[in-house]
Design a protein around this ligand. Structure first.
Ligand code: MRU
Length: 362
């Protein structure tokens, strides 16, 4: 695999983030799973993270210390994936509380980190949990440990949904990089692979930022899962001709009636799955459920910059002045979702009732 010079890659990155980039640069693009550094980790005086913008060409561990570096890493998708930004922000808030003694200055930076990305509810959920705790660092560590247990439980429950020799379509990235632990939808697939079910995974590349081709294909390759990369627009023909058994994706926010926000393109995939009579599953921890919102119409959808569509990695792919519509997420209506896989088990329709049961679960 080609390794891209880090200096060129970093040129487009905000200066604050660049300053935080320091530590480990691995010489090889691909590492066996056991040797991968954690997606995020507490390291005493900073929050360490893999800069996911550089993958799969370079595994670089960076350190965020300031509010600009913490919020910036989330805003630029150096750290991404709903549960992962929650864990990262939790450590970040604990760190900022230690370094910012003035209460009103601290409240302002905490609010900035909390709103760095608006759609994934895990971010605000994790920040609020840490802010309410007496020992903020201990709470952040608990959130991180819980995510590991939650992902393992999701993988166990999801295993039952995967038939032998399953052919699965997935979208975006829901593996260890996206949760800071074992992964949600991808965690299930990896579990199925380890259980000898031999899944074959059609990985949507996931335009515009290519989380599928850059991250999911790389993670699946690292664990030995049979992965096939496809352009997002190939999903229909894959369903028509490649004997797809199921679609399995993650979520950024699920609301009370079951409507679900996830990476843009998920809704189109759900419509296609419904047309072809293919089950459509969403794997998500309870921390991705927002019990305060009734339906998908209330979910804030993050709009991102035009440059993400008119260029990639600094290379123009359209006229820079083109008018652009770039929502980072879309909302899949509940009627298109066969079931949710959570750490408390499988949640099936009627969602209004069964998501309430999930809310009350202990
Ligand atoms: O913009 P991203 O890369 O943060 O979007 C991530 C997704 O849409 C994932 O599917 C979602 O966060 C689930 S992560 C387990």
């Amino acid at each position: 695999m080609r390794r891209v010079a880090s200096t060129r890659r970093c040129r487009s990155v905000r200066a604050a983030i660049d300053r935080s980039i320091a530590a480990t640069v691995t010489p090889r693009a691909f590492l066996p799973e056991s040797k991968l550094p954690a997606a995020v980790a507490w390291n005493g005086d900073a929050v360490a993270y893999i800069d996911q913008r550089l993958l799969p060409f370079e595994v670089r561990v960076c350190r965020a210390r300031t509010a600009d570096e913490i919020a910036g890493a989330i805003e630029t998708l150096a750290v991404r994936g709903a549960p992962c930004i929650g864990v990262f922000a939790a450590y970040g808030i604990a760190l900022l509380r230690k370094t910012i003694t003035d209460d009103s200055a601290f409240s302002a930076v905490a609010a900035r980190v909390r709103s760095a990305r608006p759609t994934a509810v895990n971010l605000a959920w994790a920040v609020d949990r840490v802010l309410a705790a007496e020992d903020m660092l201990a709470e952040a560590q608990t959130i991180h440990r819980e995510q590991e247990a939650v992902d393992a439980a999701i993988a166990r429950y999801g295993l039952d949904l995967i038939p032998q020799d399953a052919r699965i379509i997935t979208h975006c990235n829901t593996g260890p990089l996206a949760t800071g632990a074992g992964g949600t939808a991808l965690g299930i697939i990896i579990e199925a692979h380890r259980a000898g079910k031999k899944p074959r995974v059609f990985v949507n590349e996931t335009r515009p930022l290519l989380q599928g081709s850059r991250l999911t294909e790389w993670e699946l390759r690292g664990t030995g899962v049979d992965a096939v990369l496809e352009a997002d627009s190939a999903a229909a023909v894959a369903m028509a001709r490649e004997r797809i058994d199921l679609v399995l994706v993650g979520a950024d926010r699920v609301v009370r009636n079951g409507d679900t926000a996830n990476k843009v393109g998920t809704y189109a995939l759900a419509v296609l799955a419904s047309h072809h009579g293919i089950p459509f599953y969403v794997a998500a921890p309870r921390s991705s459920f927002d019990f305060s919102i009734e339906s998908g119409a209330g979910i804030p959808i993050e709009q991102r910059g035009a440059g993400e569509v008119t260029s990639f990695a600094g290379i123009p792919v359209a006229e820079p002045s083109a008018n652009v519509f770039n929502p980072a997420f879309d909302v899949t209506p509940r009627r298109l979702i066969t079931a949710f896989v959570t750490e408390f088990g499988i949640v099936r329709p009627p969602y209004q009732d069964n998501i309430e049961v999930l809310r009350l679960s202990r």
